[in-house]
Design a protein around this ligand. Structure first.
Ligand code: GCO
Length: 254
């Protein structure tokens, strides 16, 4: 039987993959055989992450660009084109958090979070799909959140962006599935990442997460890998528009 989950010969671009969830996903896709394009905002950090992945035995190159800038995204894809690199798998992972009550929230902070967590996925998705459509195949994996479904006080722009990711994923599925592209999303639960440091180090929040999650604990970034490989591989060739929660059961219970 052929290995439905084999990514040999495929190239994956993972945004925001110098650390955190993106880094874990990149390593996981590399482990399944994919060639990696690592993206981050800082040249040094992006080059360092790509070098570490190469040292770990993966085929990886750095692509440092700002995912919120239309020209930067278009230039990055043009550079990949010039280097003969086709992106077969796009993981829209780059994201930031900003926690503040809405009555105090500035328009600039609202916009920054929406641009980074939602508009970036549109820009990258558009450029990737333009190139995937003529090839008749491609995989897009957007990173959602529990907040793709439910709100939590103090994270309104993040919640709105992640809710948008859910329907952007369906919009991509609506327009691109006929061209052999499957677009799906992963909704991580509460994960042990640097972004969540303020939450993991807060004893009340930590107790709330553990009590509220049927698994009774926070998730590890590498626990997203199985679902990422599934959605990036032939195993999901008739799956499009879905959001799969990897959350220790949290979204399913009161
Ligand atoms: C928060 C966290 C989020 C959650 C995520 C769970 O402030 O709510 O930073 O990133 O971990 O939304 O899916």
């Amino acid at each position: 039987m052929t290995n439905l989950f084999d990514l040999t010969g495929r190239t994956a671009l993972v945004t925001g993959s110098t650390r955190g969830l993106g880094r874990a996903i990149a390593e996981g896709l590399g482990g399944a055989g994919a060639t990696l394009v690592v993206n981050g905002r800082g040249d040094a950090a992006t080059e360092a992450a790509a070098a570490e992945l190469r040292d770990a035995g993966y085929d990886a190159r750095a692509a440092c660009f700002d995912v919120t800038s239309e020209t930067a995204v278009m230039d990055a894809f043009a550079t990949l084109d010039a280097d003969g690199i086709d992106i077969d798998i796009l993981v829209n992972n780059a994201g930031i958090q900003h926690r503040q009550p809405m009555v105090e929230l500035s328009l600039a902070d609202w916009q920054r979070v929406i641009d980074t967590n939602l508009t970036s996925a549109f820009l990258l998705g558009r450029e990737a799909a333009k190139r995937m459509i003529p090839r008749g195949r491609g995989k897009i994996v957007n990173i959602g959140s529990l907040t793709s479904e439910l709100a939590r006080a103090t994270v309104a722009p993040y919640t709105v962006a992640k809710g948008g990711i859910r329907l952007l994923t369906k919009s991509m599925a609506a327009e691109w599935t006929a061209h052999g592209i499957q677009a799906n999303a992963i909704g991580p639960g509460y994960m042990l990442t640097e972004m969540n440091e303020a939450l993991t180090s807060n004893p009340d929040f930590d107790a709330w997460v553990k009590g509220r999650t049927p698994a009774g604990r926070w998730g590890r970034p590498d626990e997203l890998v199985g679902t990422a490989i599934y959605l990036a591989s032939a195993a999901s060739d008739y799956v499009s528009g879905q959001l799969i929660f990897v959350d220790g059961g949290m979204i399913s219970v009161l």
